[in-house]
Design a protein around this ligand. Structure first.
Ligand code: KG4
Ligand code: ZN
Length: 340
């Protein structure tokens, strides 16, 4: 059977990304143009700036993805695009670029849910520590931890999800970003806190953990407030040893709850493995704690496939493509789209 090649486009937040994926697994190209520097001065993503940066970058990024895949548009079998969740103005740029290409080249269009795409990063062929094997047996436990989401779901098959729990307030990545800002660290806070935490003592400050006993939900707002109080005590942005201890203690509090609940859910639902997904799954402390606590294997993609990219959207689109699902020309963006 001839290989199926999909060009995937992802513009849900602040990365303009395009990738060509073969048979849902092989990465022929994976281009990500990050806007981090544009947003850093605002300490977070500024929506209108994000949309405008996508408008500028989208065509060059698509051209680069095609060039690096050594393919022409006629070699493609379909065009896939993220239509939600995310920032409306950002999503619109990708959706319209994908429609234009699909219409112009008479190619089928596939709509992708960004949360499901984060899960499908695990189906991409990569050689890296922690990468999932080529064949994963269902059911699987999925922990999606990103800038906008914190969700635990049971995956019973391709496209079959059961919601188990989620955050009641801030997403895990959002907590990292907000506390990063309080600590005087650059945006995004996640990688900056991980870096600052090196050499810090995770038990130096006993930050609260919201266990929400009996549920698989999460809450990070109390932790954020506790971090703010501790930082305020010292007047000026913390430096040196204090910064390292604050970062390490905050990170430990987030990681503790995420890893414990993932392990608990894995046990409860008898899954074959735990899949860590989304930007926060790049966090080394989370990877280590989840692997230590769970009684089944824990997989995580390499960092570039944890944070937003189009390769994962291409892997996800392949499953929809082979199931015959196509988007119509009326495909619209859905900023609040959910996994289930
Ligand atoms: O998945 P993603 O790229 O975008 C969304 O869909 O939201 O996730 C971005 C989030 C940011 O909040 C960022 O701070 C966090 O992932 N992040 C990390 C790390 N790398 C990225 N958080 C903790 N540790 C990291 N190493
Ligand atoms: Zn994401």
């Amino acid at each position: 059977m001839a290989a199926i090649r999909i060009l995937a486009i992802e513009t849900s937040c602040d990365e303009t990304a395009a990738a060509v994926i073969e048979d849902g697994r092989r990465i022929l190209s994976n281009v990500v143009a990050s806007q981090i520097e544009l947003h850093a001065r605002y300490g977070g993503v500024f929506p209108e700036i994000a949309s405008r940066a996508h408008v500028e970058a989208i065509v060059p990024v698509i051209e680069q993805a095609m060039r690096e895949a050594h393919l022409g548009f006629d070699d493609l079998d379909g065009v896939a695009v993220t239509y939600g969740p995310g920032l409306a103005g950002s999503l619109l740029v990708g959706v319209n670029a994908a429609k234009g290409l699909a219409l112009g080249r008479n190619l089928p269009l596939v709509g992708v849910n960004h949360l499901e795409a984060h899960i499908y990063a695990h189906w991409l062929e990569v050689e890296a520590e922690g990468a999932a094997p080529a064949r994963l047996a269902f059911p699987l436990l999925v922990l999606i931890v990103s800038g906008g989401h914190t969700e635990l779901a049971l995956m019973r098959g391709h496209g079959q999800y059961e919601y188990l729990g989620g955050t009641l307030d801030d997403a895990a990545g959002e907590a990292f970003d907000k506390v990063g800002r309080l600590l005087g660290l650059p945006y995004p806070g996640g990688p900056a806190i991980q870096q600052a935490a090196r050499g810090g003592n995770p038990a130096a400050l006993r930050f609260p953990r919201s266990w929400l006993e009996g549920s698989l939900d999460f809450s990070f707002s109390g932790l954020k407030t506790a971090a703010l109080r501790e930082i305020e005590k010292h007047g000026a942005p913390p430096q040196g040893r204090l910064l390292a201890d604050l970062a390490a203690s905050f990170q430990a509090a987030v990681v503790d709850v995420l890893s414990a609940k993932a392990a608990q859910a894995a046990e409860k639902f008898g899954v074959t493995a735990v899949l860590l997904c989304g930007g926060v799954s790049a966090n080394q402390a989370l990877r280590a704690a989840a692997a230590e606590r769970a009684s089944v294997p824990v997989y995580y993609p390499p960092p570039v496939l944890c944070t937003d990219n189009a390769a994962m959207a291409g892997a996800c689109a392949y499953q929809h493509f082979i199931a015959g699902r196509r988007a119509g020309w009326d495909l619209d963006v859905v900023p609040g789209l959910r996994l289930v």
